[in-house]
Design a protein around this ligand. Structure first.
Ligand SMILES: Cc1ncc(COP(=O)(O)O)c(C=O)c1O
Ligand SMILES: N[C@@H](CCCC[NH3+])C(=O)O
Length: 416
């Protein structure tokens, strides 16, 4: 469910006509809906009911500070993977005490920064990282709160690039080794063992793999309790999928409740790290059709957005709906490949889409709120798109379109 719907023949974002937004801000343009973000966040928050819990939004999905601020105002926590993401959370008014720090390669200065800011917990992904955190904390005369990210070897049934919970993936600590590492961690002078963490992949469309992973995690929690290592939280990661095409993922409510129910009789705090499920359908990417061309019976719509703006179709062959912003009743319906101006064959946003368009029309690429702008780049020296947030009838520019000067910011010429 989202707030991007047609009124008669025009697409609206909440109460704003998308054509007007494009006129005001130009294209390519990311448009986010505040009401959608808030509704999705509340779905996770409310499903856990009375169970102590924390929704830690995965910043990587969309890290614009206005997006983070919307969630900070709701009392959200945040899942971060870098010093940069923590700095963004703080800049957005987020509370460091509700931050969990994931990621396989935290540098010492990132660990020090997070300790200084007083984050909730480090999700430790290897024995070597545990040693590093101990060393940094000892040097700073601080205690680092940690959980181990265990890899439960569960098949998430998702795209291989975004599956993380299998033995062969680089993420986490094999669940078979975790028991010993917990005992070791428990004996370290500057480490406080707090919880356990698990994230098995992204865009999962069924609850069962989450529950299977949780069963394995709970078996370890119980084994640890037998040796007096009592954990105060379980972080179940993110990964809940959304409907891009014809997937039928469980509603966040159903997913979050299934997990909370499993923990109902345990005195333990539950942490979720959703990214996509909150943001994907809270955003669209609006682009203008520049030119139409036909090569050997194949029709191409060349648009002003490209793989640098939205890389998911190129990188994962991801399918995202592409719709007309104004339904054009006059133009012939044809099957188009929607491509950008970048010099790569892989630069496409969608293939074989039936559309009635002429040059100058606007298209909206749906479900672009997550892993859209946050994965964008300047490839082909293309300034990054502008981002706006709609809020009822109002819209706010939350990131200005990049200027040409910004393209070479920080670069310098040789002296001679
Ligand atoms: C550790 C961790 N937590 C949370 C997320 C968010 O995942 P999703 O956007 O699929 O909810 C990710 C990304 O997959 C992740 O790596
Ligand atoms: N970026 C990916 C998801 C990766 C999740 C990050 N751990 C996507 O667009 O689907």
């Amino acid at each position: 469910m989202d707030f991007f719907n047609y009124k008669n023949t025009s697409l609206y974002a909440e109460d704003c006509a998308v054509t007007k937004l494009a006129k005001q801000h130009g294209t390519p343009l990311y448009v986010y809906s505040r009401a959608t973000i808030e509704r999705h966040w509340h779905a996770f928050d409310q499903a856990a009911g009375d169970k102590p819990h924390l929704v830690c939004y995965a910043v990587k999905a969309n890290s614009n500070i206005a997006v983070l601020n919307v969630m900070a105002r709701l009392g959200s926590g945040f899942d971060i993977v870098s010093k940069g993401e923590l700095a963004r959370v703080l800049q957005a008014g987020g509370d460091a005490r509700k931050v969990v720090f994931s990621g396989v390669g935290k540098k010492s200065d990132e660990i020090a920064f997070a300790l200084e800011k007083g984050i909730y917990c480090f999700n430790v992904e290897s024995a070597a990282e545990l040693t590093r955190i101990q060393q940094v904390a000892e040097r700073m005369k601080m205690i680092a709160p940690i959980s181990l990210r265990v890899n439960p070897d569960v098949d998430a049934g998702t795209h291989p690039y975004i599956s993380t919970g299998l033995k062969e993936n680089k993420f986490g600590i094999s669940i078979d080794d975790a028991f010993e590492l917990y005992q070791h961690a428990n004996g370290l002078s500057n480490i406080a063992v707090k919880g356990i963490d698990c994230h098995i992949g992204s865009q999962l469309t069924e609850v069962q793999p989450f529950l299977d992973a949780l069963d394995r995690v709970l078996a370890l929690v119980d084994r640890l309790a037998e040796v007096n290592i009592t954990l105060s939280h379980i972080d179940v990661g993110g990964g809940l999928g959304v409907c891009y095409n014809n997937e039928t993922p469980p509603h966040p409510n159903e997913y979050a409740k299934a997990i909370a129910d499993k923990l109902a009789d345990r005195d333990i705090t539950l942490i979720y790290e959703p990214g996509r499920a909150i943001m994907a359908n809270a955003g669209i990417l609006v682009t203008e059709v520049e030119l139409l061309k036909t090569n050997q019976d194949r029709h191409f719509a060349i648009v002003d957005a490209a793989m640098n703006d939205l890389i998911r179709p190129s990188l994962y062959q991801a399918w995202q709906a592409i719709i007309e912003v104004e339904k054009n009743e006059v133009a012939d319906k044809k099957t188009y490949d929607i491509v950008g101006p970048i010099c790569e064959t892989g630069d496409f946003l969608g293939k074989a889409r039936e559309l009635s368009i002429v040059a100058g029309d606007l298209l909206a690429i749906r479900s672009s709120g997550a892993y859209g702008f946050s994965m964008s780049s300047n490839y082909n020296s293309r300034p990054k798109a502008a981002e706006i947030m709609v809020d009822g009838k109002e819209n706010h520019l939350i990131r200005a379109r990049e200027t040409l000067e910004q393209l070479w910011q920080g670069e310098s010429l040789l002296p001679k």
